[in-house]
Structures are given as structure tokens and as C-alpha cells.
Design a protein. Structure first.
Length: 521
């Protein structure tokens, strides 16, 4: 370890004290309460109404125009029952087109809300479907082609909870907003005028859009008063590009009970829980001792760097236990997760993720120019070499600037050599058949959270390794970071050409600049 790194590391540990941050300040009472999204269930006619609208939200010292579903920011949590049809009526009151995609839901392509499912301003769209998958925490968000990153950054995202008879029988914490708590974590940044500061440019197309303000259900480091016993957190990394690594300030364990597609076979105890954009995990945390603590996100190095304020443990949510005792429990066994079937004779498909080398190089250069010494100090040599960043002198910068004019940003990211083309699905998967998809990101060292529509899959290998225990259940997003990941997919619904399913990088700026393909079932 270099001396500089060592100093940094020790400083980070020092800041990561057992006590929650608020207890060391005079401002405990000023922490905002954690906003809890409304639970919205279908009415007697099986209807759910969603209005996509603009409003205003105050984020700390900024008051910004923001977008939400049925409100100013984010959206309600939709509660759906397995086997029960629901009819969602979506009204678009924005002045631009949008779509509403059901991330993680196994529903037909015609109602999946991918980039083809456009709702023009002032218009409505109704979609009906019946969830058949097991209980899970999924989410919904826009999928407007080329604008997904922008629309999510403006605030559009909500949870979808699927329930089934088995999940209802388990003695897990179930009291919404009390001991069953949604935790949607996103980063944002603001202009001098206080508006949400989004841009899809060379740098964000290369490395993603990152903010300097962390929001939990839209609030900055809020507090939640929880009963003693067990607390269930439904975590969503709703960031455009930022990976998070959840932990607890006093290092008590997080018991992971569910991944993207629902319950695991049994709880998995972890002290750190890395989560990529798009991923969900449900965790239980013990609050029996009545001591306050923080949920924090530990420094994560993406592109070999972590930039302030995320170079130290960063508070996400303060938990302040109450005197009352809750009744939820942590069961030993959760659900039956089937053994992996034989892989012999399966259709195999290769998806090679790539970035235009010029984008990779120029994006890294832009990052260097912006964060300069700070970023260089935190960046490891290997990552710099990977990005062609060895010639960090002004001569080479000038040359790169000069050639930037030739690069088409919206087609700069690719799968199998091609940028996304809406009218050209890349292949047809057979309905009801297992397939083995091999996703490779060997061309760069970027983190690509790779997501597939219409399925909950199983990870066979993740970036060249056997998946961790809590990543071995049902998933819809897999990590690809300079290596190869293999997943076992199966599609139970049709997706015809006009409403093909999508497979893409969930780093939204990669998705918006071409790292996506359509496929039919
Ligand atoms: Cu969460 Cu295709 O998206
Ligand atoms: Cu999706
Ligand atoms: Cu990517």
C-alpha cells in the first residue's frame, strides 16, 4: 500500500465511527423524517392510475423543478398480487414523451414499457397484465430512448411490490413505513440556480452521470424511528451510474433475504452489501438493543477512483429505535429456490459490450480535466493504463479535442459492435426455453450493470467468478466489469418485433448512448 493510500484509508476508518453522525452534532432534531411512498393497490375494478407530472421539490438548500408519478418526485409503491390482473392507466402530463417500464416484471413485451411504448404529452396509455412470478421488490421508471438518464434524474422512479401467498405467510416484518421500509437511494447534483443539473455529454456518456448529493427517498440523510426487533429495508439503487456499498455504522450485519427477483432460499448475513444501479435487495437488521445507528454507503471506486464526498463512508439513513417492540422475525428458511438445470445443449448467445475507444479515452480525459489531481490521486495505475490515459500531457489532450468532432455520442456505446437500433431486434429467443447468455466486457474496465427485460435469471458466473450466496437467487441485473458473466435466462411471455424486449447496461448514460439491444421472444 502506498503511503498516500494508507493515509486516506486511515482517515476513512476514523470517520467511520460506531455512532451515527447526527448523535455527534447539535442538529439531530433537524434531520428530515424519511419520506415513505404511498402504497397504492388496485381498486375494485383492478385499476391503478399513474400520472406523470412536473412539480417542485426542495433538496436541502435547493428548490428544483422535479418530476414524479402522482406527485412531485418519485412515485407511489404499487402493491400487486400474484395471479391477479391489474390495469394501469398512465397519463403523461409532461411536455415531452415518456414510457413506463416495469423493471423486473415478467410481463409480455406489449406492456413492458420499453422505448417503443411511447406516451405523447397530454395522452394516456393503459396496460393490463397479471404478475405470475414470486413475491419481489421491483420498480418502474421511464425508458424513453436516449432520455432515460435525464428522466430518471428528474425524479421518475417508483417501487412495485409483488406479493404471493407464501410471502404473506412468512413472519417477516410487514408494516409499511414502520418495520417494512422502502429505501430508494439516488445521487443528484444541482446548478447554481438550484435546478437538477443533468447533462448527457462526452464525460457522462463515457463514465455515467454522477451527483454530489445523496438522496434517500428524495431526502438528504433522513431519520427513521423504528420499533425494536427486526427492521426490513427494501433497498433500491436508483442512481443513474453510481454503485453503492451499504453497511451499518456499528458494523452489525445485514441479513439479505431477497434479491431482484424475490426471496432467497435462506438469509445471507453480510457486513457490506454492494449494489449496482437498478439492483434491489431486501435486508433485515436487528434493532433489539435499542441503539441508534446509521445506514451508510462505503467508498466504491469506479474507474479506479472515488470522489468526495463519496471517498468516505457517507450516511444514507439514520435509524433511531423506539421503545415499542415489533413482531416481525427473521425466518431460517425463506423459499424453495430450484437447483440449476443441466446446461447441456442450451442455446448460447454472446453479448460483447464495447465503447468506442475514442469515447473511452476522451471521457476519461474529461474526467481528469474536471477532477484533476483529486481523481489522479485516487486512481490506480492499472485503471489509467486501461483507459489509454498514460499520455496525460497537454499535447495529447489537444489532439483528442481536435478529433472529438468525429464521434457520434448517441452511437458511441455498443453491443456486438452495434449501437441500439429500435427497429432491428438482434435475435429471437424461444419462449419457455432456458438459454445461456454470455456477457462480456473485456474491452474496458468500466462497470456495466447488465439488465435483461422479461425475465428473472440465475447468475452462473459473475465477472469470471462464482456468484456470491446472496446473488445466486433470482436476479435481473448482473455485474460485468472487465470480465465475462454468464446467466441462465428463460422467457415465459411473447415479445414480438414491434415490442421487443431490451437487454442493456443499466448505467443509464451507457444505455442512452447505444449499449442496448432489442430481442424478440
Ligand atoms: Cu430498469 Cu430496461 O430497465
Ligand atoms: Cu427492465
Ligand atoms: Cu455500461
Amino acid at each position: 500500500m502506498q503511503r498516500r493510500d494508507f493515509l486516506k484509508y486511515s482517515a476513512a476508518l476514523g470517520a467511520f465511527s460506531a455512532l451515527p453522525l447526527w448523535s455527534r452534532s447539535a442538529f439531530a432534531a433537524e434531520r428530515p423524517a424519511l419520506p415513505i411512498p404511498d402504497l397504492l393497490e388496485a381498486d375494485a375494478q383492478s385499476r391503478i392510475r399513474l400520472t406523470v407530472q412536473a412539480g417542485k421539490t426542495t433538496f436541502g438548500k435547493h428548490t428544483a423543478t422535479s418530476w414524479g408519478y402522482n406527485g412531485n418526485l418519485l412515485g407511489p409503491a404499487l402493491k400487486l398480487q400474484q395471479g391477479k390482473q391489474v390495469n394501469v392507466e398512465i397519463r403523461n402530463q409532461l411536455s415531452e414523451e415518456t414510457t413506463v417500464h416495469w423493471h423486473g416484471l415478467e410481463v409480455p413485451g406489449s406492456v413492458d414499457g420499453g422505448p417503443q411504448g411511447v406516451i405523447t404529452p397530454g395522452k394516456s396509455r393503459s396496460v393490463s397484465f397479471t404478475p405470475t412470478q414470486q413475491a419481489a421488490t421491483c420498480w418502474f421508471h421511464p425508458h424513453q430512448h436516449g432520455k432515460t438518464g435525464y428522466q430518471v434524474a428528474m425524479g421518475l422512479a417508483g417501487l412495485v411490490l409483488i406479493e404471493d401467498p407464501h410471502s404473506q405467510q412468512l413472519l417477516l416484518p410487514k408494516s409499511w413505513g414502520v418495520d417494512d421500509v422502502p429505501v430508494i437511494v439516488q445521487d443528484k447534483k444541482f446548478t447554481a440556480e438550484g435546478e437538477i443539473d443533468y447533462q448527457l455529454d462526452m464525460m457522462s456518456a463515457a463514465v455515467g452521470w454522477f451527483g454530489d448529493t445523496l438522496l434517500t427517498n428524495g431526502a438528504i440523510y433522513p431519520r427513521h424511528a423504528a420499533p425494536r426487533g427486526w427492521l426490513r429495508l427494501r433497498l433500491l439503487n436508483g442512481c443513474n451510474a453510481r454503485s453503492l456499498n451499504f453497511a451499518i455504522s456499528d458494523k452489525r450485519p445485514l441479513y439479505v433475504i431477497a434479491s431482484d427477483g424475490g426471496l432467497l432460499a435462506e438469509p445471507v448475513a453480510v457486513t457490506e452489501l454492494p449494489m449496482m444501479p437498478g439492483e434491489r435487495f431486501e435486508v433485515l437488521v436487528e434493532t433489539r438493543d435499542g441503539k441508534p445507528f446509521d445506514i451508510v454507503t462505503l467508498p466504491v471506486s469506479q474507474m479506479g477512483m472515488s470522489i468526495a464526498p463519496f471517498d468516505k463512508p457517507h450516511p444514507v439513513l439514520s435509524i433511531q429505535p423506539l421503545r415499542v417492540v415489533a413482531s416481525g422475525m427473521l425466518p431460517d428458511k425463506l423459499v424453495q429456490v430450484p437447483a440449476l438445470p443441466s446446461l447441456e445443449g442450451l442455446t448460447q448467445r454472446t453479448l460483447k459490450l464495447s465503447m468506442d475507444p475514442m469515447l473511452d479515452q476522451m471521457g476519461m480525459q474529461a474526467l481528469m480535466d474536471k477532477y484533476g489531481a483529486q481523481a489522479m490521486g485516487g486512481m490506480d495505475h492499472g485503471a489509467m493504463m486501461q483507459h489509454g490515459g498514460h499520455g496525460m500531457n497537454h499535447g495529447s489532450m489537444g489532439a483528442m479535442e481536435h478529433s472529438s468532432h468525429g464521434l457520434d455520442l448517441h452511437h458511441a456505446n455498443r453491443i456486438n459492435g452495434q449501437a441500439f437500433a429500435m427497429d432491428t431486434p438482434q435475435f429471437a429467443a424461444a419462449r419457455g426455453q432456458h438459454e445461456r447468455w454470455v456477457i462480456s466486457g473485456e474491452g474496458d474496465m468500466m462497470l456495466h450493470p447488465f439488465h435483461i427485460h422479461g425475465t428473472q435469471f440465475r447468475i452462473l458466473s459473475e465477472n469470471g467468478k462464482k456468484p456470491a450466496a446472496h446473488r445466486s437467487g433470482w436476479k435481473d441485473t448482473v455485474k460485468v466489469e472487465g470480465g465475462v458473466s454468464e446467466v441462465l435466462v428463460r422467457f415465459e411471455h411473447d415479445a414480438p418485433k414491434e415490442s421487443a424486449y431490451m437487454a442493456h447496461c443499466h448505467l443509464l448514460e451507457h444505455e442512452d448512448t447505444g449499449m442496448m439491444l432489442g430481442f424478440t421472444v
